[in-house]
Design a protein around this ligand. Structure first.
Ligand code: NI
Ligand code: MN
Length: 226
């Protein structure tokens, strides 16, 4: 599994021959100006919710790649009305895709599209793949529901958690979340993009280190091979 950070909460994940893009918000992100969106490949686009900082580049990436959206019913329907195909799901449901099994998990946040229309409820994803299990929390507060993640079956080997506070949980809560999900290898997201979510990276990494956990903060464009 190769996990490439595209900035904010956006990742390009390669599992076997399958390419997945999560929550693409690249062209509006000045920190990700060096990412060439036109060169991105994808078979699937995973969307955790409808907020603009998670869907900005969906239409252009879908047009250039022919990728299918995986999200909740409301988000998939919104993009189907724009001519983009998708697989509608909802919380608690799972489906066997060619990269493995994906389960839609709970997130505590809000969700609407930039035009104000209803985007259903925000979610996260748990992916069970031959190359390991990855939990993508989405925008969320710390929630007791995270204790369900390791109870679903195999535990996550790695997890992508928001750490920037203000709109999501902060690093202290993410440390607790990593206990709840029983996973000590965390990739941080949703930090530094805007003024509200600026963090001190060294302090944040040390919060995890002091609890025997690893927080990986990837430079935008860099990959982590798992
Ligand atoms: Ni959001
Ligand atoms: Mn967000």
């Amino acid at each position: 599994m190769i996990i490439r950070y595209l900035g904010h909460s956006s990742f390009h994940i390669t599992i076997g021959n399958t390419r997945i893009i999560v929550d693409p918000f690249i062209t509006p992100n000045s920190l990700a100006a060096h990412i060439d969106v036109k060169s991105l490949t994808a078979d699937y686009i995973l969307l955790t919710h409808g907020h603009g900082d998670h869907i900005a580049d969906v239409e252009s990436i879908a047009a250039q790649t022919g990728a299918s959206i995986i999200s909740n019913y409301e988000v998939v329907t919104y993009f189907e009305n724009k001519g983009i195909k998708g697989h509608p799901m909802n919380h608690g449901g799972s489906w066997n895709f060619d990269f493995g099994r994906l389960k839609v998990t709970n997130a505590v946040h809000s969700s609407s599209f930039p035009d104000g229309s209803y985007a259903g409820n925000p979610c996260g994803f748990m992916l069970y793949t031959p190359e390991g299990n990855i939990y993508i929390a989405g925008d969320t507060a710390l929630t007791m529901d995270m204790k369900l993640i390791p109870m679903f079956g195999s535990k996550p080997d790695i997890a992508i958690l928001p750490i920037g506070s203000n709109f999501t949980m902060d690093a202290d809560d993410a440390v607790i979340a990593s206990d709840f999900i029983e996973c000590n290898k965390i990739i941080g997201c949703h930090y530094d993009t805007f003024g509200y979510i600026k963090i001190d990276q060294e302090t944040t990494i040390n919060k995890f280190k002091s609890k025997g956990k690893e927080l990986i903060l990837l430079p935008i464009g860099e990959s982590f091979t798992f």
